[in-house]
Ligand binder design. Sequence first.
Ligand code: F6P
Length: 341
Amino acid sequence: MRIGVLTAGGDCPGLNAVIRSVVHRAVTHYGDEVIGFEDGYAGLLEGRYRTLDLNAVSGILARGGTILGSSRLERARFRAACDNAKELIEKSGFDALIPIGGEGTLTAARMLSEAGVPVVGVPKTIDNDISATDRTFGFDTAVGVATEAMDRLKTTAESHQRVMVVEVMGRHAGWIALESGMAAGAHGICLPERPFDPADLVKMVEERFARGKKFAVICVAEGAHPAEGTMDYGKGEIDQFGHERFQGIGTALAYELERRLGKEARPVILGHVQRGGTPTAYDRVLATRFGWQAVEAVHRGDFGRMTSLRGTHVDMVPLAEAITKLKTVPEDRMREAESVF
Ligand code: F6P
C-alpha cells in the first residue's frame, strides 16, 4: 500500500511519535510505502511530499514539533481545493491518507472522506477538547509544563509577597488550567466554561494574607473571561491575519488585582512554551498507539474514522462524531478543583 501522512494545525508534543509509529508499523509489518506531506494540507494541495522510511523517522520519538511541518488552512480554501486534493491523491496512487490534527484538520479530513478519499484521522491537541476521545496526546506534556512553571512561580511569589497570575492555553476549554492548576495547588483557577468575578479572587488573596500566607498563584485559561459587569475588559485590535490582538486575560487580571488589592501582582503568559519540547512518556505512548491503530484501520479498510481513547482502549470512531461538539470542563470537575472561579 501507499499511505500518505500529514500533520496540520497547531503543533503538539507527540506528533513525531505518531509519524514514527505509522512508518514502523506500515513499513516493517506490512511492507507499505509511507509518504509524508509537507506543511499539512498545504503540502497535499501543492503536491509537496517525501518518502518516509525507517531512517527518516529514526530518533524522533522524543522530539517536539513535527518533522513534516504544519500549517493552518482556511476552511473555505480547503473546501474549494478538496476535489484537486482527491485528484492528486488518485493520480499519485495513494491508497490512504492519515491526517493528524485537531478540530480543523479533522473537519478537512471529513470533507476529503465525503469526497471519496480513504482517510483515517488521528486526533491531537494540547487542549484536550476533542469530543469522542477521552484524551489527546500533547495534553499531558502541556499540563506538566504549566504545573512546573507554577511550582517555580510559587517560590518567587512568596519571596516577594506577590500575586502571580499565570495564563495557560485553552481558548474554548479550560482543561489545561484545571489540571495544571490542581496539580500545582493554584489558589484560584479561572476557566472559559464559567465566568469569574475578580471580587472572589480579591477576597481569596486577602484571606490568605490575613492568615500569614503572603502570596498567591492564580491560574487562568486564555479563554477565561470575567462575568458581565465585574471588570473592565476591553477588546483589542484585529491584526493583519484576522486575529484579535489584546493584552490577554492574564495581564488584564493581574493589573486589576494589583489595583484592587494594593499589592504587587505579575502576569506570566506561558504561551507556546506549553506546546514545545519533548513529550512526556504518557504522550509518547498514546501517540504511538494511535499511529499503530491508524495503520491497522487502513489495512482493515476502516475509513472515515479516527482513533480514539476510550478508558484504556484505543477504538475507532466516525470523524463526524469528533467534530460535532467541543469537550468542555463539566461542572463536577470544576467543583473538585475547590477553587475560586
Ligand atoms: O489549539 C491549540 C492551541 O495551542 C490553543 O490552546 C491556542 O489558543 C492556539 O493553539 C494558539 O494558536 P497559534 O499557534 O496559532 O498561536
